[in-house]
Design a protein around this ligand. Structure first.
Ligand code: C2E
Ligand code: MG
Ligand code: MG
Length: 700
């Protein structure tokens, strides 16, 4: 097969050009030729067409080989340039070869021409490939230089031979500082040793390696790098270099650390949070199991912290929590774990306990620490704590159960008067199971229509007539027993069904008793107990009004009983609701008065109508002089504030007489009447209306 060949002749003799062309054809080429004999023509041809080869005469009338060669050089094109001439001296030929001509031959002896061309074409090809390779290397080295990551090239033993400019920027070391030093010279010592040993492993396995490392900048600042190292292999499979690419991942690392911290530590106090505590407790329980030792979990809850938070604000509350955390931390020994579980709840884990007695000593120490008031912004706040203790292996070996048991024991401490500790016991457990059971059943009491109402008449001690009645909720059971409100209202508040219950009570009581309230001219009043949560509902006033309207009742027919707890809570919605209700003409009374808070400021703040003296004072008043004086004081105070007084829990005639003497206007109690069914209430009221009502003390 003939090889196409594009030949540019620089030749004044057409015949010579043809002869040479014929020689080329003989040699197996398929030549396309063009002949020029001046510089401008040659320049044009080089510009307009592509060539494989130039065959040039030595001397021409208007041109020369030397001039043609410089024309070719000036064009920048790399072409084999062969001089074919009849008359040239050896010196001239050598000087032209030095100038860049590729070969020289006699026009009369062209036998060498074809092999020479073949050789030159091959060499031109090699030159072209080399040029391309060089261009590629140039691009690659530019890429390395401009790469937005540190690139380091080392010898097989890890000595730096090259660093790019990003490395200089990131590490603060110049290329000349870095060259010749060990690859990991910016790393911390241990990490350096680790990296180098991993790299040597890499050599034997011929694999890549990557990992995160801490480096130290020239200015001493620490930063994180993601390091990828790969060996460059020789043909004989030995390592010629390492290429190491390093990315600065400090920002990501910081972010990860922050997330990790947030996930495991409490922001406010810096203590471990629930997640970390459970992790550590699980670990500690395993250790205790292996070492046959004991372990204690102390559940710690601040007493009345909510009051501080609600009354003086969250910022003081937060400071108090921080100080509480410090007090707890100051009690523990190394190895103990202290965590904040949320709110005012803390947990202490005492691992590898030799004796459960030590847990008790710790609990005593904490209770004692909390007996001193907290000093915040110049004021003192007394906040004690209640503690529950669960011990492994006595109670359980499960972390969550340990926490739950400690929690239950802590609630027991609260129930028993706070500011103390309790160990978890089976009895506590049984009560919990009962409570959970009760709560479960409570969720649907309203929907299942399981509740019922009783009414306890309230008497006017002056007229001896029924002035009103208090609705009291009951939960009759299938076995005929009845669960009383004291046993289920707290649980209902706990699980959030109290509102539903109280709404049912209000709606049912209004509906059931509307006929009595509207009949006769006795100005009877229906008293309803409401939970503090009701008053936190912005829709509560509208709900109450809707119940009154639905039964054609007026605001004066209703008295809502709230506890002192509500009045000091200082919640905005509660405040607005109380004011709106009283403005509408609904009466509001303070139930169980005297058992709550010492501050009486709220009595001035709200237009309340009635104080209901708690039955504990009434119970003692005919035997205990100070109780009697207390009741007397309450009655006087109420009068001063233009409020009505109702004495609760009258059980004897002497109490009734005494209260009447002290000026108490109304009373309720077993001596006057127990809470009764709607029917009995109806009978009592109609008997009274028809003047058949017996004297007060006979109503039982
Ligand atoms: P309370 O509002 O102070 O109601 C008076 C409680 O004292 C009633 O108990 C009543 O039966 C009892 N009592 C009345 N007279 C005497 C007496 O002479 N001696 C003795 N020992 N007790 C007497 P009850 O019905 O068990 O209610 C207990 C508490 O449960 C109520 O105290 C009230 O705070 C709450 N409660 C009752 N019904 C409701 C309700 O519908 N909603 C809410 N949120 N709480 C309710
Ligand atoms: Mg009441
Ligand atoms: Mg009461």
């Amino acid at each position: 097969m003939q090889t196409p060949l594009r030949v540019l002749f620089v030749e004044d003799s057409e015949i010579d050009a043809e002869l040479t062309t014929a020689e080329l054809k003989r040699g197996g080429f398929l030549p396309t030729v063009q002949r020029v004999e001046t510089r401008p023509d040659m320049e044009k041809c080089l510009r307009d067409s592509e060539w494989d080869l130039i065959i040039c005469d030595y001397l021409m009338p208007r041109f020369s080989a030397a001039a043609a060669l410089s024309t070719l050089k000036a064009s920048g094109i790399d072409l084999p340039f062969i001089i074919a001439s009849g008359a040239v001296t050896a010196e001239d030929a050598v000087s032209l070869l030095k100038e860049g001509a590729h070969d020289f031959m006699d026009k009369g002896a062209l036998a060498r021409l074809v092999p020479a061309i073949e050789r030159e074409l091959r060499e031109a090809d090699v030159r072209e490939q080399r040029r391309q390779a060089e261009a590629q290397v140039e691009v690659l080295s530019q890429a390395l230089e401009q790469c937005p990551a540190s690139v380091v090239i080392t010898s097989p033993d890890g000595n730096i031979e090259y660093v790019n400019s990003y490395f200089e920027k990131a590490s603060g070391y110049s290329a000349s500082d870095a060259k010749g030093r060990s690859l990991g010279f910016t790393l911390q010592k241990e990490e350096h040793e680790h990296l180098m040993s991993e790299l040597s492993q890499l050599v034997t396995e011929g694999q890549r390696w990557s990992g995160e490392m801490r480096s130290i900048r020239a200015d001493g600042e620490m930063f994180w790098e993601y390091v990828k190292a790969s060996p460059l292999m020789n043909e004989d499979k030995s390592v010629s270099h390492y290429i190491v690419v390093k990315e600065d991942i400090t920002v990501q690392r910081d972010y990860e650390q922050q997330l990790l911290r947030q996930a495991h530590y409490d922001d406010l106090t810096g203590l471990a949070n629930r997640v970390l505590l459970v992790e550590k407790l699980t670990q500690a329980l395993q250790n205790a199991q292996q070492n046959n030792s004991q372990l204690a979990v102390l559940g710690i809850d601040l007493d009345d912290f909510k009051n501080v938070n609600d009354s003086v604000g969250h910022s003081i509350g937060d400071t108090l929590l921080k100080q509480a955390a410090q007090r707890l931390s100051s009690c523990i020994r190394s190895g103990d774990i202290v965590a904040r579980m949320g709110g005012d709840e803390f947990v202490l884990v005492l691992p590898l306990l030799s004796d459960a007695k030590n847990a008790e000593l710790m609990a005593q120490r904490i209770v004692q620490k909390f007996s001193k008031p907290f000093n915040i912004a110049g004021r003192q706040y007394s906040v004690t704590c209640s503690i529950g203790i669960s011990v492994y292996p006595d109670d359980t070996s499960d972390a969550h159960m340990m926490l739950r048991n400690a929690d239950l024991a802590m609630y027991q401490s609260k129930d028993q008067g706070r500011d103390q500790y309790q160990f978890f016991t089976e009895d506590i457990n049984r009560r919990l199971v009962e409570r959970l059971d009760l709560e479960e059943k409570l969720r649907n009491v309203v929907d299942n229509g399981e509740l019922a109402l009783q009414y306890q008449p309230i008497f006017n001690l002056e007229t001896q007539k029924i002035a009103g009645f208090e609705a009291l909720v009951r939960w009759p059971q299938a076995d005929g027993s009845v669960i009383m409100p004291d046993s289920f209202i707290p649980a209902a508040e706990n699980i959030g069904v109290i509102q539903k219950i109280d709404e049912w009570v209000l709606a049912s009581a209004c509906r059931e008793t509307a006929p009595f309230l509207l009949s006769g001219d006795d100005n009877l009043c229906l008293a309803i107990n409401i939970s503090p949560l009701q008053l936190e509902d912005p829709g509560y006033v509208a709900f109450v009004m809707a119940q009154l309207e639905a039964n054609q009742l007026e605001p004066r027919h209703l008295e809502l009983e709230i506890t002192e707890r509500v009045l000091v809570s200082d919640a905005e919605t509660t405040d607005r609701n109380i004011k709106a209700l009283t403005e509408l003409g609904i009466r509001m009374s303070v139930d169980d008065f005297g058992t709550g808070y010492s501050s009486l400021g709220y009595l001035k703040r709200y237009p309340l109508h009635t104080l209901k003296i708690d039955r504990s004072f009434v119970a003692d008043m005919d035997v205990d002089d100070s109780a009697r004086r207390l009741v007397e004081t309450i009655i006087l105070m109420a009068k001063g504030l233009q409020m009505d007084v109702i004495a609760e829990g009258i059980e004897t005639e002497s109490q009734q007489v005494l209260l009447h003497e002290l000026g108490c206007s109304q009373a309720q109690g077993y001596f006057l009447s127990r809470p009764v069914s709607l029917q009995s209430l109806a009978q009592k009221i109609s008997a009274q209306n028809s003047n058949k009502s017996p004297p007060l003390r006979l109503i039982k």
